[in-house]
Design a protein around this ligand. Structure first.
Ligand SMILES: [Zn+2]
Length: 455
């Protein structure tokens, strides 16, 4: 009797264990996983009905079935319905709009994506997921009209462009030039009008300016800016490096820069200073001078620049300097400013008002204050012995800002005068020329305003 009882309770235990084991197996087995598929539709809330929508469905066990439906106020259309036999864990779909979508009136649609996995969970039904993506339809390309622009641009020079750009969902607006360089634009005069200074970098052999307008739905309009290109010849100088120079200025600078610590060969020190230190100093200058204000402006007045009274030009903008040592080429650089000298520690005057964006020591450039004059136009004053200004100061026209000197990479007391347009060094002579400013900047702005007023 008791043996029989023991036997049956043992059997009961076995059954319970089997049930628990079964449950545990189902619960932890990958065949019964309980995670629903993940659905992603790459979008920013807009669709132009041209670029396919990228739909991604993923699941740990594999996808058994998926369905994509387009919903508008007028009704629903099934775009896709698949039951892949391979039960992939990842499915990428390039969803094209149905033909009917082009004629539909509804601008706001829904893309409904449903997916089910091959898991045996849910009484073998699997886990299912559904996601709704609300999209605004925008098929219209941005509208771009050039109002006016400078007639020409010179290699190393500047130009101005004024245009109209219109789109309900504008996302990006800029001017692209040949070397994939982008110039920012600033709102001008009235709504939907823009202005930009652009520059032809001296190291780019060709130039082509294109206004690029992109909306949120990915519609793009590109408009070519008709500019007459004027090539300019810049000087190529071959410079022999003398030991006296290496033992003097270069040895002094080598002590100062971290890049030359532990480098003892004078010609190596020169190469590092002329290339690595210069690149670092110029990168800082380019970063500081890349900003363009985004407030709407209705005018832009610039007076001819003339920073140093009776300053004699001692080195030109754009000189391509090639350095040789013992008959061998060692390094090269472009001189990206205009060097002027009068007497030692001569006063430096800014002819134009502006805001000080940098007033510090910057390696080869020594003390080189930088002033922003608006519209992405900046002036830079290198090798100063002393500064009268500090960052964020507002300077008025004709203010004395500093004294010339020989800080940084300078042999004698002089001013390295730099002009930059959105981080690109340009020929200072243009901005020192009253006639050039009138013809290429002031008159263009005047005629643009006249045209805009007529529209
Ligand atoms: Zn210079």
């Amino acid at each position: 009797m008791s043996r029989k009882k023991n036997k049956s309770s043992f059997l009961g235990l076995l059954i319970i264990l089997a049930i628990v084991g079964g449950f545990l197996y189902v619960y932890f087995s990958s065949a019964f996983e309980r995670k629903a598929p993940t659905i992603v539709v790459k979008n920013n809330g807009f669709w132009n009905l041209r670029t396919p929508l990228k739909v991604t469905i993923s699941d740990d066990s594999g996808i058994k079935e998926y369905k994509i439906i387009l919903k508008t106020k007028e009704g629903s259309t099934e775009l896709e319905h698949e039951e892949p036999l391979t039960a992939d864990k990842l499915i990428n779909i390039e969803l094209k709009p149905p033909r009917t979508a082009y004629t539909m009136k509804d601008k706001d649609i829904e893309i409904v994506v449903m997916a089910r996995d091959i898991s045996k969970w849910n009484l073998l039904e699997g886990n299912s997921a559904q996601k709704i993506f609300k999209l605004h339809i925008d098929k219209k390309r941005p509208q771009v009209n050039i109002i006016t622009n400078s007639y020409k641009i010179s290699l190393g020079g500047s130009a101005i462009v004024i245009f109209k750009a219109l789109d309900e969902n504008m996302n990006q607006l800029y001017i692209e030039t040949g070397a994939k360089r982008k110039f920012k634009v600033e709102p001008f005069y009235k709504e939907n009008y823009y202005i930009a200074l652009i520059a032809w970098p001296i190291i780019d052999s060709t130039f082509r300016a294109t206004i690029v307008a992109k909306d949120k739905a990915g519609n793009i309009t590109k408009s070519y800016v008709p500019l007459y290109l004027k090539k300019r010849a810049y000087r190529l100088s071959k410079i022999k490096i003398k030991d006296r120079f290496l033992k003097g200025k270069i040895a002094d600078l080598a002590e100062e820069f971290e890049e030359t610590q532990g480098v003892f060969k004078p010609i190596e020190q020169f190469k590092i200073i002329n290339e690595d230190v210069r690149a670092k100093n110029e990168a800082l200058i380019h970063k500081i001078t890349s900003e363009v204000p985004q407030n709407m402006i209705s005018s832009f007045h610039i007076k001819p620049m003339y920073p140093l009274k009776n300053g004699q030009v001692v080195a030109h903008f754009g000189d391509h300097r090639k350095y040789y040592y013992n008959g061998k080429f060692v390094s090269e650089a472009y001189h990206l400013g205009l060097d002027m000298a009068s007497h030692a520690m001569a006063p430096i005057i800014t002819k134009n008002a502006g805001k000080v964006v940098f007033a510090d020591y910057n390696g080869l450039y020594g003390n080189d204050p930088i002033i922003s004059h608006g519209l992405g136009l900046y002036t830079l004053y290198g090798h100063c012995s002393s500064l009268d200004i500090a960052v964020d100061d507002a300077v008025s026209a004709n203010a004395k800002i500093a004294n010339t000197g020989k800080t940084g990479y300078a042999m004698g007391d002089h001013l390295h005068f730099g002009v930059l347009v959105q981080g690109v060094e340009v020929r200072p002579q243009e901005w020192m020329d009253k006639q050039w400013i009138k013809l290429n900047i002031t008159d263009i702005i005047k005629s643009a305003k006249k045209s805009i007023d007529k529209e």
